[in-house]
Write a protein that binds this ligand. Structure first.
Ligand code: FAD
Length: 379
């Protein structure tokens, strides 16, 4: 290894300039903190692993009118949910498909404009709590930074996760997807449930336009086997010839016991498992947690208390729904889709965003008590 460089810094280091790291840096810089983002790669957002679908709840966090129009790749009007028995229900939605790389670049630029420093090619190596020293590798050079705090926004493989949560074993799903040419209904997002294609999760078709879609699924094991099977069924035997690019990555499973603050270390985003267990969506919950972290710095209120308040209850409800679904048979899954297709539940699902899973489920249980049948799978 070449030279060893040491810095003393008043800056708050944030590891990872993905969606959540950059958004956190933006919020803290806006509050007047000196912030440095350390990103392992030499570009923002690449490699991209994400589909980029978000609910219009993003509007409550960011003013979408400030996004360049080209960052919104598509606006969806409905979700077609396909049950294991191949019956389906159509649910109205107002989801947005983001240009995921462009969105990350946009947030990183916002952070820099607000005053944050962005260091590319800086890989987190270690944070020594006793010595209050952060160690990074920049190309072949080992750098140390004197600091008493560090924010870990380094994604699902976060190295600081185990330090903060030594007793939690992470159990992520493996997600794989392609951008593929073909003919698609550009307003309809498809979700396939059940054990045939994606046991324990689901498979998706997210159109970018009439002739391009992101198609993928996630499972705990044999992901490529299920993916090939799904692709052949959905796009035909010759699907590989139409693939534009492959994407994939880990989707963290939320754990209610996760702790996100310990002795100057703060976890946020995928690094903190702040992802909806039903859909794998981590953009909005991670951004809500980033708001909680910034508010914690501003007010002195515990970050663990604040992120649980901003998003913890809903993340827990998503986890309960996922558990109940994963302990259901394919027949029960099909019945679930049938129940969701009834007038009252459907109206609730269409009108209460899935970001508010707790409120939605409480209303659903009242409107259609037969949903409570699935609670037995939580015992
Ligand atoms: C297949 C798939 C599809 C998905 N689809 C959706 C979706 O449609 N909608 C949605 O809301 N969510 C989706 N997600 C989840 C979403 O991608 C994540 O929740 C979101 O990217 C979390 O952002 P993050 O900033 O926490 O982590 P990341 O986006 O993973 O960013 C982490 C950053 O840290 C950097 N880094 C990592 N290690 C180090 C290190 N040692 N040193 C320095 N830097 C480091 C990385 O290079 C990266 O830039 C999907 C995930 C997968 C895998």
């Amino acid at each position: 290894m070449a030279n060893d460089k040491s810095d003393k810094s008043d800056s708050i280091p944030i590891i990872g300039s993905g969606t959540i790291g950059s958004y956190t840096a933006y919020l803290l810089a806006k509050q007047g903190y000196i912030v440095t983002l350390y990103e392992d790669h030499d570009k923002i957002g690449i490699p991209c692993h994400c589909t980029g679908i978000v609910t219009s709840g993003l509007l409550n966090i960011l003013d979408l009118s400030k996004l360049k129009p080209e960052l919104i790749v598509n606006r969806l009007k409905r979700v077609k949910v396909v049950a294991p028995n191949h019956d389906s229900t159509i649910i109205k939605s107002s989801d947005i498909v983001l240009d995921r790389v462009g969105f990350d670049v946009f947030l990183a630029e916002k952070a820099v404009d607000a005053g944050a420093k962005l260091e590319y090619n800086h890989k987190f190596i270690n944070f020594d709590m006793q010595k209050k020293q952060l160690t990074l590798k920049h190309k072949d050079v080992i750098k140390t930074v004197a600091t008493d705090k560090v924010i870990a926004a380094d994604g699902p493989n976060s190295q600081l996760f185990n330090y903060v949560n030594p007793n939690i074993k992470r159990e992520p799903w493996v997600g794989v997807q392609v951008v593929i040419k073909g003919e698609f209904d550009r307003e309809t997002y498809e979700a396939y449930l059940g054990s045939e294609f994606a046991p324990g999760f689901f498979a998706w078709v997210v159109p970018e336009s009439e002739n391009s879609a992101i198609i993928g699924l996630a499972t705990r094991e044999k992901t490529n086997f299920y993916f090939e099977k799904f692709m052949k069924q959905r796009c035909g035997e010759d699907w590989k010839a139409r693939v534009q690019s492959y994407r994939g990555g880990l989707i963290p499973l939320y754990n209610r016991k996760v702790v996100c603050e310990k002795q100057g270390v703060f976890l946020v985003g995928d690094a903190a498992l702040q992802v909806k267990a039903t859909t794998g969506g981590g953009i909005i919950p991670g951004m809500k947690a980033a708001n909680a972290l910034a508010d914690s710095f501003k007010t002195g209120i515990s970050y663990d208390k604040l992120w649980r308040k901003y998003t913890g209850k809903d993340l827990w409800m998503h986890l309960m729904i996922r558990k109940a679904m994963n302990n259901s048979s394919d027949e029960e899954y099909s019945w679930l889709v049938e129940l969701a297709n009834k007038q009252k539940p459907k109206a609730l699902i269409e009108n209460i965003e899935r970001e508010h899973a707790f409120r939605l489920m409480m209303r659903l249980f009242i409107a259609e008590p037969r949903f409570l049948y699935f609670a037995k799978h939580l015992l």
